[in-house]
Design a protein around this ligand. Structure first.
Ligand code: HEC
Length: 134
C-alpha cells in the first residue's frame, strides 16, 4: 500500500517536469515568424494553398497532416510537426506543387539556410507556432 502511494506521489511530482520540457513555445515562435523573413513570402491569415509566390500557412497544421499521407509525398516526416520542421530546414525534401514554388533549376524557392541560421530551440518555437494554425 505504501509503495502504491509512493509511486503515485512520484508520478504526480514528475508530471510538471516532463511537461515543462515539451519542445517549442508558440508565443516565441509567433515573434520569430514576424521578425524572420517568413511573413514577407507566406500569408498566415489565409488558408492553404492559395499563394502565388508561396503556399498560405493559415491552416498548415491540418494540411501538413494531410500532405504526409499523399502518395506523392516523398519526404521523411511522419507527423505534422515533422513535416513543418522538414519544410523549414530542408525545403527541397518535398516541394509543394504550385505555380511558382520551384526555381528554373528545380529547387524550392524557399531559402535553404534556415536549418543553419536558426538554433534548434528556435525551430521548436516556430514549429509550435505553426502547429496552432489549424
Ligand atoms: C522567399 C520566399 C520564402 C521565405 C522567405 C520563406 N518561405 Fe516557406 N516556402 C516558400 C515556398 C515557395 C514554399 C513552397 C515550396 C516548398 O515546398 O519548398 C514554402 C514552403 C513552406 C512550408 C511548407 C508549406 C506547405 O504548404 O506544405 C512551410 C511550413 C514554410 N515554407 C515555412 C516557412 C517559415 C517558417 C519561414 C521563415 C523561417 C519561411 N517559410 C520563409 C517560400 C518562402
Amino acid at each position: 500500500m505504501i509503495a502504491v502511494i509512493l509511486v503515485g506521489l512520484y508520478a504526480v511530482w514528475r508530471w510538471p517536469a516532463r511537461h515543462a520540457v515539451a519542445p517549442g513555445d508558440a508565443a516565441r515562435g509567433a515573434t520569430l515568424y514576424e521578425t524572420l523573413p517568413c511573413a514577407s513570402c507566406h500569408d498566415i491569415s489565409r488558408p492553404w494553398p492559395g499563394g502565388d509566390i508561396c503556399p498560405n500557412l493559415g491552416n498548415i497544421a491540418t494540411e501538413a497532416a494531410r500532405i504526409i499521407l499523399q502518395p506523392d509525398y516523398h519526404g521523411h516526416a511522419t507527423d505534422a510537426a515533422g513535416y513543418i520542421r522538414e519544410s523549414i530546414v530542408d525545403p527541397n525534401a518535398y516541394i509543394v506543387p504550385g505555380p511558382s514554388y520551384r526555381q528554373a533549376d528545380g529547387q524550392s524557392v524557399m531559402p535553404k539556410t534556415f536549418g543553419q541560421s536558426l538554433a534548434p530551440a528556435q525551430l521548436d518555437d516556430l514549429v509550435a507556432f505553426l502547429l496552432t494554425r489549424r
